[in-house]
Design a protein around this ligand. Sequence first.
Ligand code: SF4
Ligand code: SF4
Length: 370
Amino acid sequence: MEFTDTVFLPRHRLQSLIDLLCESGYDVIGPTIRQDAIVLESLRDAKALPGGWIDRQEPAVYRIENAGGSRQFDFNVGPSSWKKYLFPPKASIGGARLDQDGWHFTESTEELPRYAFLGVRACDLAGIEIQDRVFTGDEFVDPLYKRLREQSLIIVVECSKTSATCFCKSMGTGPRSESGFDLVMTELDDGFVVRAGSDRGGNLLADLDCQPSTSRQRDAGEKQIAATEASLAKHFDADGVAALLMENLEHPAWDDVARRCLSCTNCTMVCPTCFCSTVEEVADLDQTQVDRVRHWDSCFNPELSYTCGGTARPDVRSRYRQWLTHKFATWHDQFGTSGCVGCGRCITWCPVGIDLTAEVNRFRQETPVD
Ligand code: SF4
Ligand code: SF4
């Protein structure tokens, strides 16, 4: 099959796709409702998808409501991202064992799940590609991330609406996905226009044995994604932001945002690209086995910058500045890309509604143009 060919998957056959993935050994991860939020979880039944539910997002506001209708992906990104599967919040990364010959280092050999991510949005796919660079992009490769990523399958579902906190287009990450997926699906009222983006995706489509899509279905899908793109209300001028921030490291605006910021770490936890972590060594009681456990950390925690008897970033001002300058400036130096994909999660889930784009815009407005 040519990757340009599309098929039509009627809605009642979405379960066949999930069944096929499960039979092929995948743990299917997709959106579902928990505690009044649309989150990502393991699922085997299409009925677990949030059919008929939509969301509303603003700074510090997240609400879902049942709008009726049949659509199962008619919402934007929720608090969880795919990061928690590829870069787990807590993971054993090896250890050491003592026997009569001394200490021996051990690597984790546990069998890892093969994930099929169902319903990845364009911004989140860009987030995965950024973490690919972070964890596998140079000679220092994270073996756990690499193994999980290589055996994962990605099914994009293009957005049919936008929220007030989305700015993917400004960051060049969405709402369309052109590559990097195994399948891309456009949801219509009665089903999905589906296209493969890899041999694995092509083989899945062949096994599903669907009819080719009609030109009417393709046109409806194209009109929908164009309307989604046009409806993006939030715009952010990302040009020159790195220099703008680095030229303003002592600007009083950092004090202002520090008065509002709670240093709660929410923004870094929900961000699909943030990757700060810490490692703890956990010894057993007879001191013959030590496990190294990695867990998520945040640059908003003062302990993260604790080195040689002192904390390098002791106040909220320095920690917020570290976060914003890393996202938009030094991330480019390290990884050749922005650290922000415009998903808007940090805006929605900041309890005091701090909007990083507004903070950057303030520097732009208050910096004289030469
Ligand atoms: S910017 Fe908001 S979410 Fe981030 S640490 Fe500060 S208060 Fe928490
Ligand atoms: S910084 Fe905020 S908008 Fe950008 S990718 Fe992270 S959570 Fe999304």
